[in-house]
Design a protein around this ligand. Structure first.
Ligand SMILES: NC(=O)c1ccc[n+]([C@@H]2O[C@H](COP(=O)([O-])OP(=O)(O)OC[C@H]3O[C@@H](n4cnc5c(N)ncnc54)[C@H](O)[C@@H]3O)[C@@H](O)[C@H]2O)c1
Length: 348
């Protein structure tokens, strides 16, 4: 298959690009190269003759038309987005522009391309979204997000992702565009940009700096190893039912405090700190405004319909991730100078 992947220089998009190229697909990586992008993430894939890069913005209709015509993809896998909740609190405008207007512009370009090609039934527009569109769950293990959970976004980030999901569904119902949607839980793993909780914890620990935990650390997230997410996306793309959405999750719920303590334990083994255990660096800081209490995915649909399940346990995935950061200092050092990285953002 020839895939047009948007946001392929970001964290999850680059995992998709690496996996798709390794599996023999042709990949066109379209990315605007914002602060969150790093082309080193796809250095390995970029050596393949099946890889091409297009520096473009999803809000730029003329560029999208040119790229679609030039490469003639069989599918669009849409991951380009502004993705950091804290940044969305400080500057929601960019999130509206990229996540809503950008997705609209991409949908219109894809629709024109698909219409010109005679509306092929096997074309796919796969929109990658988040479980955050469903809002916040109580701390009750019996309650999880299903594909039928009503949308209830509570941050500027999740509100713009929810809006983009609605646009994608509308383009299917109204124009017949063959779409797929996925809503995934929190990802972690190699190449995670150093402003998100897991890399912040690892890198602050290595520098002997405080490990910030928002509020009392009781907020629960459902963690999925990024390579498992990439695998799930390709499975949905190849086998998912058109017009349908699939929830993707790791069934690995951890409170933020538990997660940070687990990372400290792994670092204590792999890179012991002479003074004291890393957990002594944990520091509780002012909570994020509107911080959702719990996210948890019920992945029954993707498991039963498509036979997909994660391959990496959270213990194994976190250990792999810590080892990756220990082994790839040049990668994260280069990103630490970027705007806003290392500073507390989104306090409202
Ligand atoms: N990170 C998670 O845990 C998570 C979980 C579920 C879903 N998602 C979704 O997956 C997608 C990818 O997330 P991520 O964590 O890899 O994000 P990221 O911030 O690491 O990467 C986003 C990429 O999109 C590019 N981009 C941003 N604006 C663009 C624009 N206007 N035009 C073209 N490219 C642009 C950036 O340059 C970057 O390479 C997003 O849609 C996000 O909502 C993320």
């Amino acid at each position: 298959m020839k895939l047009l992947v948007t946001g392929g220089a970001g964290f999850i998009g680059s995992a998709v690009v690496r996996l798709a190229v390794a599996r023999g697909h042709h990949v066109v990586n379209l990315d605007a190269l914002t602060y969150a992008a790093c082309l080193d993430n796809v250095a390995e894939a970029a050596e393949s003759p099946r890889y091409a890069f297009e520096h473009a913005d999803i809000r730029d209709r003329a560029a999208l038309d040119r790229i679609l015509d030039a490469h003639a993809p069989d599918a669009v896998l849409h991951l380009a987005a502004e993705s950091h909740v804290d940044r969305s609190i400080d500057g929601p405008g960019t999130f509206v522009e990229t996540n809503v207007t950008g997705t609209y512009t991409l949908l219109e370009a894809a629709r024109a391309y698909w219409t010109k090609a005679g509306r092929p039934g096997d074309f796919r527009f796969h929109h990658v979204s988040t479980d955050e569109v469903f809002g916040s769950l109580p701390h009750d293990p019996d309650v999880k997000f299903t594909e039928d959970t009503p949308y209830d976004p509570r941050s500027p980030y999740s509100a713009t992702k929810a809006a983009s999901d609605h646009l994608v569904r509308a383009w299917h119902e109204t124009y017949g565009l063959p779409v797929l949607l996925t809503n995934c839980s929190n990802n972690y793993g190699p190449y995670h940009f150093p402003e998100k909780l897991i890399p912040v914890t690892i890198l602050n620990a290595l520098a002997g700096r405080p490990l910030p935990v928002y509020g009392d650390g009781s907020n629960v997230r459902d963690w999925l190893y990024v390579e498992d997410h990439a695998d799930a996306l390709l499975r949905v793309l190849e086998q998912g039912r058109v017009g349908r959405s699939y929830n993707i999750g790791g069934e690995n719920e951890r409170s933020n405090l538990e997660l940070v303590r687990t990372l400290c334990g792994i670092l204590d083994r792999l890179r012991p700190r002479p003074e004291s255990p890393y957990a002594d660096l944990v520091t509780f800081v002012t909570d994020r405004p509107g911080h959702d209490a719990r996210y948890a995915i019920d992945p029954t649909r993707i498991r039963e319909e498509l036979g997909w399940r994660p391959s990496v346990t959270v213990e194994e995935g976190l250990e792999r991730t810590v080892r990756w950061y220990l082994d790839n200092e040049a990668w994260w050092r280069a990103l630490q100078d970027r705007d806003g990285v290392g500073r507390r953002l989104g306090t409202g």
